[in-house]
Ligand binder design. Sequence first.
Ligand code: NAD
Length: 247
Amino acid sequence: MQTALVTGAARGIGLATTRLFVEHGWRVVMVDRDAPALADAAGQVQAQAICADVAIPEDVARIAAEAGLAAGLDALVNNAGVADFGPIAETGFDRWRRVMDTNLDGVFLMTQALTPALRQARGAIVNIASISGLRASTLRVAYGTSKAAVIQLTRQQAVELGEHGIRANCVCPGPVRTKLAMAVHSQDIIDAYHDAIPLNRYGTEREIAEAITFLCSERASYITGQTLAVDGGFEATGVGLPALRKP
Ligand SMILES: NC(=O)c1ccc[n+]([C@@H]2O[C@H](COP(=O)([O-])OP(=O)(O)OC[C@H]3O[C@@H](n4cnc5c(N)ncnc54)[C@H](O)[C@@H]3O)[C@@H](O)[C@H]2O)c1
């Protein structure tokens, strides 16, 4: 049986990814820092749960020790993330650090700690960035910068770990109606996304999970160092789409 470790697995995209792995017959280790939500989710999908914060080095060492990876790790999904949208002038260093801690440091720390287990199984890493890491927009100075860094970190991992048989790829979701997105997407932002996305809608957690599990699978065995936007075509658009849609 193959084993995946998914961070931020208590809800949203991480929980949908966990469910899909379980459907495909994988064993999943779910990691999240929200203890009640994690216990509830792990009970639903019958998976191992480790309550830990991916931004704290001691917690990360505990995850590696408790995950039961004697046979190696086939897939690491660095999905845990936080969003905090605000103008540059109002983004104090504490807000900046809070976003970087989880979104960037967490991906670095988790991958470093789990590389021995990934080497053993010649496993795959999928890091979850965002379309905000591919295209800049207002209010995303910390979030967008953290996600752009995750895209480059993925390439660094692919280039350095490839000789050990480890693949590393990045998924950049477009907007999905999760708790994270709904906390920062005002009605104006929701309307603007609907206008700017060629498929004219938000994505679903399941649609993002399909791309993640594909990149973790043997079907993607020659794909590494890539960034896949799962975004309804948002990244492909230029100016004028809303204007052209008007009758
Ligand atoms: N929802 C979207 O529109 C969207 C778009 C682009 C990218 N993303 C990215 O997808 C990923 C998942 O987002 P989501 O929308 O499912 O969010 P969510 O808020 O629904 O779920 C995130 C989970 O991560 C956990 N978490 C956060 N920080 C953690 C930490 N330091 N240690 C351990 N667990 C932590 C939370 O407790 C939560 O359960 C994030 O990286 C996010 O940036 C989401």
